[in-house]
Design a protein around this ligand. Sequence first.
Ligand code: PMP
Length: 438
Amino acid sequence: MTLDETTSQSLFERAKQVIPAGVNSPVRAFGSVGGTPPFLISASGALLTDADGNEYVDLVGSWGPMILGHANPRVVEAVQEAAGRGLSFGAPQAGEVTLVEELVRRVRPLQKVRLVNSGTEATMSALRVARAATGRDLVVKFAGCYHGHVDALLAEAGSGVATFGMPGSAGVTAGTARDTIVVPYGDREAVRALFAERGQEIAAVITEAAPANMGVVTPPEGFNAFLAETAHAAGALLITDEVLTGFRASSEGYYGIDGPAAGADGWAPDLMTFGKVIGGGLPVGAFGGRADLMDLLSPLGPVYQAGTLSGNPLATAAGLATFAGLDDAAYERLTSTSASLQSLVAEALTAAGVPHVVQTAGTLFSVFFREHPVTTYQDAKDQDTAAFGRFFHSMLEQGVYLPPSAFEAWFVSAAHDGDVLDRIASALPAAARAAAAG
Ligand code: PMP
């Protein structure tokens, strides 16, 4: 192989011949910001290295899992040790028990949990359990919330569906689309009206515990509790999707911010979904909640759900090692790094006169290129994505790798330190000026 064949550009050209758009997940294609995505060859701590020898400060973190930073020695060692004992058994192993015990210990509504291989599998399976438990078909989701590429949950979804301005996805049957009702996020009146009309047909409401796939939207005070109450009054279930927020927004996920405050008798979701952080960078998802619901799963009950690689020993080892590193000090660091970065970005954009809003959910945050706060998907769409694109490319050229979309959260890790923040700070003024120069 010649040197040229290992550049990002040449790899991208080769990839496009054999992989649709050259990528295995749409947002990676830089479709909305343009340009060639760097092909990465290694990562360590807060830094990425691409095939061209460029180094970047990473603010994507593999879209959430790399909360301790890349190639964290403890996590890598745990995976190597597990690999030496076998890559997959397709049979029970201790790591999955310990990882699920850790989830149940940290998140009060989790009584029983099953591990799967992605967030998509988790939400798909939770939905199936909810439908089986209620004997109903309808599912209510919110515009701008993304729950993976589950047929029933792609309507007005966030993440790549938002990035590319798609209303949903082709290939979803009319019947499936009819069973999904989309409501504006945060709109209590719309939820009430829907339940008044069709409450007895609704199996579940699914919501991101805090929306983070149209950018980060802080849930209105008491909104998740309202959803639980409204769903329960109609015999429906609430599924909170913590795939992105779980153990990221706080040590319990967004539920930890919003839930236990109501005390032991407070509201709780019936089912929850997790992914990303709990696998420390390996493919893992989880769904769980009330034991009576989870016991509907085969072979105890009639709901079939399975996975050749579910509970994989490398993935559980990575998840457990990640949890071991996620102590109070790590969350304090994440909180302060996130806050510092938010201030730096806001200062630079303000100095350049670029309209922007920074929104948070625990340690999670994102930046909207518009003047007013975002509470709905419609608001999120109403931002200057071209300004974001200019900002993004300037940051990239200066060695800072942001999510390549104005509709995504920015991710810091416990490995982002003062030096890394300094590098970001020195890149920001030129990027802000580029954003302003529209
Ligand atoms: N739910 C949420 C809230 C997510 O953010 C994501 C992925 N970004 C998913 C589900 C799907 O997870 P996965 O990509 O692992 O299938």
